[in-house]
Design a protein around this ligand. Structure first.
Ligand code: FMN
Length: 361
């Protein structure tokens, strides 16, 4: 009796010692994490691309420097993205930038994806540990941007294609613009864009994310601006000063968009298509990381990059193109790519870190 009691006391004391050691260790680890570095990680993460530049992220940083990433569902595109595929891809892109920045600043980040049906907005918990710097060039993250000008139609070199596919040769596919598949994607992109452009619900949703006036851009710091859409020169001046977002529903604006889309689709070196065997939230987040990774690689290789996702957003086109390309997996992301003489500096606004982050006191 006496022996078993002393064994229990011993076990409890060892457990207590273990727990307090773990807490002390966690605190020591947390103390090694510089708060300014976390701020930098969130800043670079927020430079990730997102559909309609909706920036659907919310973050909480605990006292122990745990980063909790939430989906800001008030920023979801319920018409063109009812299943939130694009929302989670955008969050994946955010995680990729955060991870690359952490590595560059000398941290190892462990990303735990949360698959909790009851708490659908908590997407990931990111834990940081001190590590050697990866020396990742953060300038690339600053330089990455969506380009909507026509690209060079020269073939992308084999070496560059291999670099783009290297991240996951299973999921990432490349179709040269002049191939049968490339021409089909170009043609169907224009048709799907046209179908969507004449859908009133999609028009209303898009209008809600258009930021024409300088006042709107500086107040909201999100959405699609004239600079971001590359409506330049006199046209840009006219749109900024004389049009309201609701004017985007007029036939002249819609037809202008269709013409621009034709020029874009016909002027590129090829198409990057990303597929997935399943379509879970975790898959979509992984895909978002791949998208950002490929786009950063393109930036380094002087290759312009523009996601063009209307084929996927318009279900009838998604089914048709999946069948025509003979893809066995689910089609989840499409972008046009092509060499460009230069990549101009990014212009799409971002909300500051404080606008989407709560730092626990
Ligand atoms: C999932 C996803 C889908 C997108 N779809 C399109 C698209 O169909 N057409 C387009 O021009 N840009 C598309 N974009 C690009 C965003 O509009 C762009 O990332 C955002 O406006 C921010 O601009 P930036 O990439 O230059 O930082 C998409 C981006 C993401 C992440």
């Amino acid at each position: 009796m006496k022996t078993s009691r002393s064994i229990s006391i011993m076990v409890i004391s060892i457990w207590g010692l273990f727990c307090s050691c773990t807490t002390v260790y966690q605190r020591q680890e947390a103390a090694q994490i510089n708060k300014n570095d976390i701020y930098k990680m969130l800043y670079y993460a927020s430079l990730a691309g997102s559909s309609h530049n909706s920036q659907p992220w919310k973050v909480e940083v605990t006292r122990d420097s745990l980063i909790r990433l939430y989906a800001d569902t008030t920023r979801a595109l319920t018409v063109v993205d009812p299943d939130r595929r694009e929302l989670y891809i955008s969050l994946g892109a955010f995680i990729e930038n955060l991870n690359l920045t952490a590595g560059s600043l000398g941290y190892n980040s462990t990303v735990k994806l949360i698959d909790d049906k009851k708490n659908i907005t908590l997407v990931a918990e990111i834990h940081l540990n001190r590590a050697l710097s990866t020396h990742y060039n953060l300038e690339l993250i600053k330089k990455r941007r969506t380009l909507r000008t026509p690209f060079d139609t020269t073939l992308i070199s084999k070496k560059d294609i291999n670099q783009l596919l290297a991240a996951d040769s299973q999921q990432i596919h490349f179709y040269p613009a002049r191939s049968k598949e490339g021409s089909l994607i170009a043609q169907k992109t224009v048709e799907a864009y046209t179908q969507q452009a004449y859908n009133l619900a999609a028009q209303n949703e898009l209008a809600g994310w258009l930021r024409f006036s300088n006042k709107d851009v500086s107040e909201k710091k999100d959405g699609l601006t004239t600079a971001g859409m590359q409506i330049d020169g006199l046209s840009g001046f006219f749109v900024r000063h004389f049009l309201k977002p609701a004017d985007s529903k007029k036939a002249s604006f819609i037809d202008g968009g269709i013409d621009k889309t034709k020029k874009q689709a016909l002027n590129c070196g090829g198409w990057v298509v990303i597929t997935c065997s399943e379509n879970t939230v975790a898959d979509q987040i992984k895909l978002g990381r791949l998208y950002e990774h490929i786009h950063l690689n393109c930036t380094q290789l002087q290759i312009g990059f523009q996601p063009m996702n209307q084929i996927i957003e318009e279900q009838n086109f998604k089914n048709e193109v999946t069948k025509s390309l003979g893809i066995q997996e689910e089609l989840l992301f499409i972008a046009r790519v092509g060499y460009v003489a230069n990549i101009p500096a990014p212009v799409s606004p971002r909300r500051p870190v404080e606008a989407f982050t709560i730092f626990e006191k």
